[in-house]
Design a binder for this molecule. Structure first.
Ligand SMILES: Nc1ncnc2c1ncn2[C@@H]1O[C@H](COP(=O)(O)OP(=O)(O)OP(=O)(O)O)[C@@H](O)[C@H]1O
Ligand SMILES: Nc1nc2c(c(=O)[nH]1)N[C@H]1C(S)=C(S)[C@@H](COP(=O)(O)O)O[C@H]1N2
Length: 176
């Protein structure tokens, strides 16, 4: 039977957290993985303002609660309050800069402003943390660029096996 996977979603947005607009990016992350994974999924979801302490605490709590993957959305740009990459670097023991590089490169197909995102990824204990930009449409654009590396990365840090439905099975795992 497929492993249970816990996935954390953190929306970092002053306006979404104040209710100025509804968060559509967090639900887009949930939809993306729900469509593709056959595992039973358990979700942790928080919408918080762009506050460094809240971000680091929320990431650490979700790791401690057993999330194998945490996706953040928002706060990756150059604006004064954008601090998600810094918070990610603070909580991670190892950074995986290739995730940000590839997501930015692929995102240039969609928007000429892709390089404004400082999005990155890293590992804390056996959790993979990935930053995504704030715009709802950026979620699938960015995840499509790195999805093939996610299951093997989680394997390598001792996490559970992600099982993809046959429709979406390009997810790469080297032969043992
Ligand atoms: N989580 C979200 N849900 C829905 N729409 C969003 C979200 N994040 C961003 N957007 C949309 O994208 C636009 C540009 O995003 P921007 O990066 O400026 O927002 P943000 O940094 O999340 O917001 P804030 O400045 O309040 O923290 C927003 O004005 C909004 O229309
Ligand atoms: N795939 C994708 N990447 C994207 C975008 C997008 O619409 N699609 N928006 C860009 C823009 S306009 C900005 S300012 C940065 C940072 O966004 P954030 O601060 O909301 O994280 O992400 C960039 N990366």
């Amino acid at each position: 039977m497929a492993d249970l996977i816990r996935i954390g979603i953190i929306t970092s947005s002053d306006r979404a957290s104040e209710g100025v607009y509804d968060d559509r990016s967090g639900p887009a992350i949930k939809e993306y993985f729900s469509e593709r994974l056959q595992n039973s999924l358990e979700w942790k979801y928080k919408v918080i303002p762009d506050e460094y302490e809240m971000l680091t605490k929320t990431m650490i709590d979700m790791c401690d609660e057993g999330c194998s993957l945490i996706c953040t959305t928002g706060g990756t740009g150059p604006a004064k309050r954008d601090i998600t990459p810094e918070a990610t670097e603070y909580v991670c023991e190892k950074m995986l800069p290739g995730f940000g590089e590839v997501m930015r490169k692929e995102s240039l197909q969609y928007v000429p402003t892709a390089i404004l995102s400082r999005q990155t990824a890293g590992i804390r204990d056996n959790t993979l943390i990935i930053n995504l930009p704030g715009k709802p449409k950026a979620i699938a654009e960015c995840l499509d660029a790195v999805i093939d590396a996610i299951p093997y990365c989680i394997d390598l840090v001792g996490g559970p096996q992600l099982e993809f439905s046959s429709e979406f099975d390009p997810a790469f795992r080297p032969k043992k």
